[in-house]
Design a binder for this molecule. Structure first.
Ligand SMILES: [Zn+2]
Ligand SMILES: [Zn+2]
Length: 198
């Protein structure tokens, strides 16, 4: 399987607004009714947030966010571009990038640089009414799982510290390591008796 990742070849291509989404997107595991309901809620929250900020979650931006949520909340840009093409035909990569840029400005989406993936912000309005937050990302280097922790105070403390000590303006925090599951696997490997006892 080879994917070619071209940089936006044709930035001048006008961003055609997508036609209404078809009932189902191709090549993805079907989502349960609960998952669909959850995604619908996240999308209307996102719309509300944009309205509150005097901007607009256009159908195109909404569609990119929806596709990201349908991929379980984390995806590479070219996967989203594939999904867009599957759902709507020819779409310039730049169109997807621009939508992602907007979603990042709104903090509805964060980029995880170390994995080069985009993740949908996991904070509801309740966690962060103004939705201004330092994202704290825990990145597992083994299974590539990314979890955004709703621990703003940890990220904010670190940001403040970095600013005061080094004059460094942090934009979110990514911490690499092993997730709970991978760390547990490591511990079992280091201590086989733990497995043998089971
Ligand atoms: Zn977030
Ligand atoms: Zn892991």
């Amino acid at each position: 399987m080879s994917r070619t990742r071209k940089p936006a070849a044709d930035p001048a291509t006008p961003a055609a607004p997508p036609s209404p989404a078809p009932a189902e997107s191709a090549a993805k595991a079907p989502l349960s009714r609960t998952q669909r309901a959850l995604i619908a809620t996240r999308l209307s929250e996102a719309e509300q947030l944009c309205n509150d900020r005097g901007t607009l979650l256009t159908p195109l931006r909404r569609e990119v966010l929806k596709l990201l949520l349908e991929r379980g909340g984390s995806a590479k840009a070219y996967d989203l571009h594939d999904d867009m093409r599957n759902a709507h035909g020819r779409v310039a990569p730049m169109t997807v990038y621009r939508a992602l840029d907007f979603l990042m400005q709104m903090q509805l989406v964060h980029r995880v640089d170390s994995l080069n993936v985009f993740i949908a912000c996991s904070h509801g309005e309740a966690d962060s009414p103004d939705h201004n937050h330092d994202a704290l990302m825990l990145v597992c280097t083994r299974c590539d799982k990314v979890v955004e922790q709703a621990a703003h105070e940890v990220a904010s403390r670190l940001s403040t510290e970095l600013a005061e000590r080094f004059g460094f303006a942090a934009q979110g925090v990514e911490v690499k390591g092993l997730c709970r599951e991978c760390a547990a696997t490591d511990r079992r490997a280091a201590d086989p008796s733990e497995t043998a006892r089971r």
